[in-house]
Design a protein around this ligand. Structure first.
Ligand SMILES: Nc1ncnc2c1ncn2[C@@H]1O[C@H](COP(=O)(O)OP(=O)(O)O)[C@@H](O)[C@H]1O
Ligand SMILES: N[C@@H](CC(=O)OP(=O)(O)O)C(=O)O
Length: 550
C-alpha cells in the first residue's frame, strides 16, 4: 500500500512506494553561489500506509566527497557534441559507448547533429531576403529535413517524433521571410530546432534498443537564463530547478535523461535562449553541479584538450591534466574545444571534467580538476584569439591624474563592452575588446559602437584604435613566467615578430601577447615547436597563408 509524504519548502506531496530512497535538492535561502544546493537524503520504509524514516542525512552538495553514496543515483554527465552525433551511424556508436559503461547512470546532453546549427542559421539569413515563395526551396532547409528524416529512417525510429519540428521550422522560416528580418530572439528559436530534434531521435533510438530513455528540452526543465539572446547566462535558480526535475523523474521512473544542450529560457521573456556557440558544454557542467554528480564527461572529435588548435598546427598533442583555472583561461581565450563559461559550474561544484574523443574512446583524454601537480609544468597549451580590437589610450592630463583608470573603465561599463587583456602605466592603458561581445551584434552596429567608444574616450585621452590583432595566450605555470617569457620572446624575435602588448593576469596561468593577425599562426607554430617539440626547438617557420595546417 502506498503512502503520501508531505514536505515543506514548496515541494509537492510525494507518493511513496514500499521501500524507497529519496534524495532532495533544495535552494538555501539566501542563495549562495559557492554552495550549489542543499541535499537531504532519507531512507524510508513504507508499509501499510505508514512511513518510517530509517536513515536521514544532510549534506551540502558540492559534487564529491560529501555526497551520500547511493547505488541508484545518477552518476555522471556525458555530453556529446555535434561531431559525435553527426549521423545515424554516429548515434549508434554513441549509444554503444554509453552502454559500455555499465556502472554509470548518466545524464546525456546532446548538441545538434553535425553542422545543423550552422545550416539553420544560414537558412534564417537567406530567408530574410529570399521571399516567402522561395523558402521551401532553400538548400539548407532541404539539408536539415533530409538529415533528420534519413537519420530517423536509418535508426529505425518513427519520423513522426520530429515531423512537428520540421513543420514548425519551415513555418518559422516563412515568418522570417515575411518580416524580412531575423532578430536575435528569432535566431535562438531557430537554432533550437537542431538540439530539439537530435535529442528526440537519440532518445527514441535508445528506447527502441531496449534502453529506457527520456527526452528533455532544457528550456522546459528549469534552465533559466538572462534574456541576452545568442549569448545568455545561466541564472542561479537553474540549479535547484534542474536538480528537482531530473532527480525527481529519475527516482519515480528511472530512464536515462537525454537533454538538449545549448538551450535555455529567458527569465523575463520566457522565450528560448542559447548559451553562445558551443554552449552544450555549459549545459553539461550546469547539470553536473545541479545534481552534484561524480564526473562530467565532454565527448569531442579530438583526443582531449590539445597543446594548440590542431587546425593551426597538426602536431598539437593531448594535454593529460588541467586545472579548472587553466581550462577556463584556455576556453575564454579562444580554444574552441570548450565553451568559455563552461568551467564555472564545474569549479563551483568541484566536479572533475573529462574531455574525451568519441571517435577514439580508448585515448585517455584530458582530466580537468581543481588542482594538479605543477612541479614539472611549464607551458600547457597555446591559444589564439583572432580579430581582436586593441586600444591604446593615453591620458591628456599630466602624470599622476587621479581616477584616470576608473574613468576609462566606466566608459566600457556604460557601453556594455567587456575588456579582455589590459596593460597599464600611470597615464596610459592598452587593452583589447572582447570580440565575442562585439560579434553578437550586427557589423554596422559594431562599427558605430567602436566609433562611439573612441568618441567617449577622446574626451579624456588620446586614443589609437588598432584592429586585426590577435591574442596569443600562453597557458601554463606562470610561477615560471621568466622562463616562459624569455623563451617566447626569443622565438618571436627569431621569427621577426614584434609583440605589441604583453599581459600577465592575476590568474597565474596565463601570459597574453598581442601580435598582428597576419603573424599569429606563424607565432603559434613556432612557439609550439619551441615549447613542446624538443626536436624542432629553434626552427624558424615559414610564414604561410592563413588557416592551412602544417
Ligand atoms: N586546444 C584545442 N584542443 C582541442 N581541440 C581544439 C583546440 N583548439 C581548437 N580545437 C578544435 O575544437 C574542436 C572540438 O570542439 P567542438 O567543435 O566544440 O566539438 P564538439 O562539437 O564535438 O563539441 C576540435 O575538432 C578542434 O578542431
Ligand atoms: N549546436 C550548438 C551548441 C554546441 O554546443 O555545439 P557543439 O557541441 O557541436 O560545439 C553549436 O553549434 O554551437
Amino acid at each position: 500500500m502506498a503512502a503520501t509524504l508531505h514536505l515543506c519548502s514548496g515541494y509537492q506531496p510525494i507518493e511513496l512506494r514500499r521501500q524507497q530512497c529519496l534524495h532532495f535538492t533544495a535552494p538555501l535561502p539566501p542563495w549562495q553561489p559557492s554552495v550549489s544546493s542543499h541535499c537531504l537524503s532519507l531512507r524510508l520504509r513504507c508499509e501499510g500506509g505508514k512511513v518510517d524514516v530509517l536513515e536521514r542525512s544532510d549534506a551540502q552538495s558540492r559534487g564529491g566527497s560529501d555526497q551520500i553514496p547511493n547505488e541508484n543515483e545518477l552518476t555522471c554527465v556525458m555530453k556529446f557534441g555535434g561531431s559525435s552525433v553527426a549521423s545515424a551511424e554516429r548515434m549508434r556508436e554513441v549509444a554503444g559507448l554509453i552502454l559500455s559503461f555499465p556502472d554509470e547512470r548518466p545524464v546525456v546532453v546532446l548538441s545538434a547533429m553535425g553542422k545543423a546549427t550552422n545550416k539553420l542559421l544560414s537558412a534564417g539569413e537567406k530567408s530574410v531576403t529570399c521571399g516567402v515563395s522561395n523558402v521551401s526551396d532553400l538548400e539548407e532547409l532541404a539539408f536539415i529535413k533530409d538529415l533528420h528524416l534519413r537519420t530517423a529512417d536509418e535508426l529505425g525510429v518513427e519520423s513522426t517524433i520530429i515531423s512537428k519540428h520540421l513543420f514548425e521550422l519551415e513555418q518559422l522560416l516563412n515568418g522570417i521571410a515575411m518580416m524580412k528580418e531575423m532578430t536575435l530572439r528569432t535566431k535562438d528559436y531557430l537554432v533550437s530546432f537542431g538540439e530539439c530534434m537530435s535529442t528526440r531521435l537519440f532518445a527514441a533510438y535508445l528506447n527502441k534498443i531496449g534502453v529506457k530513455a527520456r527526452q528533455y528540452d532544457a528550456f522546459d526543465i528549469g534552465f533559466i537564463t538572462t534574456d541576452d539572446f545568442t549569448n545568455a547566462d545561466i541564472l542561479e535558480a537553474t540549479y535547484p530547478a534542474v536538480a528537482k526535475r531530473l532527480h525527481g523523474d529519475w527516482i519515480s521512473d528511472p530512464a536515462i535523461p537525454i537533454v538538449t544542450g545549448f538551450l535555455g529560457k529567458g527569465w523575463r521573456s520566457c522565450a528560448v535562449t542559447t548559451l553562445g556557440r558551443g554552449g552544450s558544454d555549459l549545459t553539461a557542467t550546469t547539470i553536473g553541479k545541479a545534481l552534484g554528480l561524480r564526473e562530467i564527461q565532454v565527448w569531442k572529435d579530438v583526443d582531449g584538450v590539445l597543446t594548440c588548435d590542431p587546425n593551426i598546427y597538426s602536431r598539437a598533442a593531448p594535454v593529460s591534466y588541467l586545472t579548472f583555472d587553466e581550462a577556463a583561461e584556455l576556453a575564454y581565450f579562444g580554444a574552441q574545444v570548450l565553451h568559455p563559461q563552461s568551467m564555472r559550474p564545474a569549479r563551483e561544484g568541484d566536479i572533475p571534467v573529462r574531455v574525451k574523443n568519441s571517435y577514439n574512446p580508448k585515448a585517455p583524454g584530458t582530466l580537468i580538476t581543481r588542482s594538479r601537480d605543477m612541479s614539472e609544468a611549464v607551458l600547457t597549451s597555446i591559444v589564439l584569439k583572432r580579430n581582436v580590437t586593441m586600444l591604446d589610450i593615453v591620458s591628456t592630463r599630466m602624470l599622476g591624474q587621479v581616477g584616470f583608470l576608473a574613468k576609462v573603465f566606466a566608459i566600457f561599463e556604460d557601453l556594455g563592452i567587456s575588456v579582455d587583456v589590459v596593460a597599464t602605466s600611470e597615464v596610459s592603458i592598452s587593452l583589447t575588446l572582447d570580440p565575442s561581445k562585439l560579434w553578437s551584434r550586427e557589423l554596422i552596429q559594431q562599427a558605430s559602437e567602436l566609433d562611439h567608444v573612441e568618441g567617449e574616450l577622446k574626451k579624456i585621452a588620446v586614443v589609437n584604435l588598432l584592429q586585426h590583432r590577435s591574442i596569443i595566450s600562453l597557458i601554463g605555470n606562470v610561477q615560471r613566467s621568466s622562463l616562459i617569457i624569455e623563451k617566447a620572446f626569443h622565438v618571436l624575435r627569431c621569427n621577426g615578430v614584434n609583440v605589441q602588448m604583453i599581459s600577465q593576469g592575476a590568474s597565474k596561468v596565463n601570459i597574453s601577447l598581442i601580435v598582428n593577425d597576419g603573424e599569429a599562426e606563424l607565432c603559434v607554430r613556432s612557439l609550439h615547436a619551441a615549447f613542446f617539440e624538443s626536436d624542432l626547438c629553434g626552427v624558424v617557420f615559414e610564414s604561410k597563408s592563413q588557416n592551412g595546417s602544417v
